[in-house]
Design a protein around this ligand. Structure first.
Ligand code: KG4
Ligand code: ZN
Length: 333
């Protein structure tokens, strides 16, 4: 089954064609970073307008590259939420109209289920059950995943998402938006032992996260060392990153131990972070767990992951009516 999938929940206009939830025939991602960069974050109204401009060419390119074209499609999917409502509406309305026009079934997909299903587009996908850490710009949560569509929320952030903390710290350090990738690159040149920032485990046995205290600690450090911090930016980035990675990897391993799952999965934009990937692979191997990491290209927002999740929704009979609406906030399971 070939699915055309569309993703417009934030600042990436993306389209992909995915076969049987497993094989990516094409995947096109048009980033709006240049548009939002000067504002230091995503401006929702600008995001919606840019999606409107980009959606037709991006879908056209995805269909061209797929090699199957419009006639080879069996269904259409689009991200339904959570995300920016105006941005979501562009892709969701486009998807519905396209499906209606071609007489194909349409299904709305949860963005978070999409991130978790990205791992099934890899050569060696995990078996069920597993524990998934979803760490992105909008979410940081742990899920006990027992099927493509059954994901039990174990814990989530009480304040900032991990990616949001990366972005805010980057902004404080004058590195622009989005800052996750830049901080990750700087951190590789720095020494994480030089500056020790606080790790917030909240209740150490629980699975909730908190990153706002860490962000405030970095702000205080930058204020205290206003004249000198520019001389050791790499060490600050490394110290901050290490604090985030310590907490994320600790809770992921603990969740796997507690649920008895022999596998852990990373997903979301922060899963592109080299240090996090390294640590999760090393700690999983020490504990005897299998670690499954999607390639970096599938960690950030893309439409292929939506196509992968959509396949399993359609398999279980889910079809969205044409009057279905998008949603801005939602919890999985
Ligand atoms: O999944 P995603 O593309 O969008 C959301 O659904 O939020 O995640 C974007 C987030 C941003 O906060 C970005 O700074 C972060 O992922 N990110 C990273 C890295 N690459 C992207 N954070 C840390 N290290 C990276 N290499
Ligand atoms: Zn995302």
């Amino acid at each position: 089954m070939n699915i055309l999938a569309v993703e417009t929940s934030c600042d990436e206009t993306a389209a992909a064609v995915v076969a049987d939830g497993r094989r990516m025939l094409s995947s096109v991602v048009a980033s709006q970073v240049d548009v939002h960069h000067r504002y230091g974050g995503v401006v929702p109204e600008l995001a919606s307008r840019k999606h409107i401009e980009a959606i037709v060419p991006v879908v056209g390119e995805a269909l061209d590259r797929s090699g199957v074209g419009p006639e080879g499609l069996d269904a259409v999917a689009a991200t339904r939420g959570p995300g920016l409502v105006g941005a979501l509406l562009v892709g969701f309305s486009f998807g519905k109209a396209y499906a209606y026009g071609r007489g194909l079934p349409f299904v709305g997909v949860n963005h978070l289920a999409g991130h978790i299903n990205a791992v099934f587009l890899t050569e060696d996908p995990p078996a069920f059950p597993f524990v998934a850490l979803l760490a992105s710009g909008g979410h940081t949560a742990l899920y006990h995943v027992t099927s493509h569509t059954r994901m039990r929320l174990m814990g989530q952030t009480r304040d900032d998402a991990a990616g949001e903390a990366f972005d805010k710290v980057a902004k404080m350090m004058g590195l622009g938006y989005p800052g996750g990738r830049v901080i990750g690159e700087m951190a590789e040149r720095g020494d994480p032992q030089v500056i020790s920032f606080p790790r917030s485990y909240l209740d150490k046995k629980g699975f909730d996260f908190s990153f706002s205290g860490l962000k405030t600690a970095v702000r205080r450090y930058l204020q205290l060392h206003a004249d000198t911090f520019r001389d050791h930016m790499d060490d600050i980035a490394a110290g901050f990153q290490e604090a985030v990675v310590d907490v994320l990897s600790f809770k992921l391993m603990q969740a796997a131990r507690q649920t008895g799952c022999p596998r852990v999965v990373l997903s979301g934009g922060v899963a592109a972070n080299r240090r996090l990937r390294e640590r999760v692979v090393a700690e999983a191997s020490r504990e005897g767990f299998e670690a499954c990491l999607p390639p970096v290209s599938l960690c950030g927002d893309n439409a292929a992951m939506i196509g992968a999740a959509a396949f399993h929704e359609l398999q279980r009979g889910t079809v969205s009516p044409l009057d279905a609406d998008v949603y801005s906030r939602a919890r999985l399971a």
